[in-house]
Design a protein around this ligand. Structure first.
Ligand code: MRU
Length: 349
């Protein structure tokens, strides 16, 4: 099962707005429709929106009937701006779009049709590479897990948040496939409920033991020695190791430190933004207040009440035990270890 795929000349996505009630797909035939699907969270999760945007660029190239390479590139530049604006925090989106634009610019001698083919091939490579990267992170991360451990997990970072397998939930999946017995406490993850809707759906299918907990219950379970380790994903990691991730991650990290529980982030190197010195400069998406007041149409408070809805927060690097990447586990000082991971070096333990 792939969350994102190229299918019959269109971008096919699992519609994550209606899970776990129904498994259905949407087929998109324009980059504008792809950008809207990313904004509406038909597809979500940093690596998944990166791969989706890459296919969106391949689609954009087919929407335009330019015969000259330079006309096609002008059209692609506008499509790239539209796709990158769909969600601001996850750097994987900009990373994937920039990767395809660099391909377009780097070989100006190609004719327009060859460029269309090359863009689709590159988008496919990004999607395939994402699955392999997740499996590598899964193998590194599984070394931290022992039989009988209980893991706290926030948001959804599984197959649905990537092309397949997942990052933090991918570590749990890899350990489970190795025969390590785990129990997972899933933060429900207000307001979009990625934990109770999506992570629970994935663990049900994998046969991994879990309980959904209210976000506010994490401290209770830590105090009662019921959590051995915390695993979360990331939407953007600054050069110093500060991590932007789903809203609520920061408070889990602070609670983990207070209770002496290891706290790991799991993310591919494409989530590292070496241009940003610290997390203070990461743009944080502010979403509509209706998601807080009436999630999925269920009114929790009158629609005219005031509400605020930041979608992400930043966890300072001092709270991290490590960052599990496809190159291995990065440890403090993160400025050095993340630079090495980005350079393709293998990191030890
Ligand atoms: O708003 P979302 O659901 O896109 O947020 C997702 C997260 O915060 C994930 O933890 C992150 O993207 C990593 S997913 C592998």
């Amino acid at each position: 099962m792939r969350t994102v795929a190229w299918h019959g000349g269109k971008v096919r996505l699992i519609d994550q707005r209606i899970l776990p009630w129904k498994l259905a797909y949407v087929d998109l035939d324009s980059h504008e429709a792809v950008a809207e699907a990313i904004s509406d969270m038909v597809v979500r999760g940093a690596p998944a929106i990166g791969a989706t945007a890459a296919f969106g660029m391949a689609l954009a190239a087919r929407e335009c009937d330019a015969t000259s390479n330079s006309d096609l590139i002008s059209w692609l530049e506008a499509a790239a701006r539209r796709l990158k604006a769909a969600r601001p925090t996850a750097v994987n989106l900009a990373w994937a779009v920039d990767n395809l634009m660099a391909l377009a610019h780097n070989d100006q001698n190609r004719n327009a049709n060859d460029l269309r083919i090359a863009l689709l091939e590159r988008a496919q490579q990004i999607a395939d590479e994402d699955v392999r990267t997740n499996q590598r992170m899964g193998a590194h991360g599984a070394t931290l897990l022992t039989d009988g451990a209980t893991v706290l997990h926030h948001c959804n970072t599984g197959a649905l948040a990537t092309v397949d397998h997942g990052t933090a939930l991918g570590v749990i999946r890899s350990a489970h496939e190795q025969g390590i017995h785990l129990h997972v406490l899933l933060d429900e993850t207000r307001p979009r409920l990625q934990g109770s809707r999506l992570s629970a759906w994935e663990l049900e299918r994998l046969g991994v033991s879990y309980d959904i907990i209210a976000d506010t219950a994490a401290g209770y379970f830590m105090q009662h020695d019921e959590i051995d380790l915390v695993l979360v994903g990331a939407d953007r990691i600054a050069a110093n190791g500060d991590v932007a991730n789903k809203i609520g991650t920061y408070q889990v990290a602070v609670l983990a430190r207070e209770n002496d529980i290891p706290f790991y982030c799991v993310a591919p190197t494409s989530t590292i933004d070496p241009e940003l010195a610290s997390g203070a400069d990461i743009p944080i998406e502010q979403r509509d207040r209706s998601e807080v007041l009436a999630p999925y149409g269920q009114e929790l408070a009158p629609a005219h009440y005031r509400a605020r809805n930041p979608a992400f927060d930043v966890t300072p690097h001092c709270y991290l035990s490590g960052i599990i990447t496809e190159q291995g586990i990065a440890r403090a000082p993160f400025t050095t270890s993340l630079r090495r991971a980005l350079a393709g070096e293998s990191l030890q333990g």
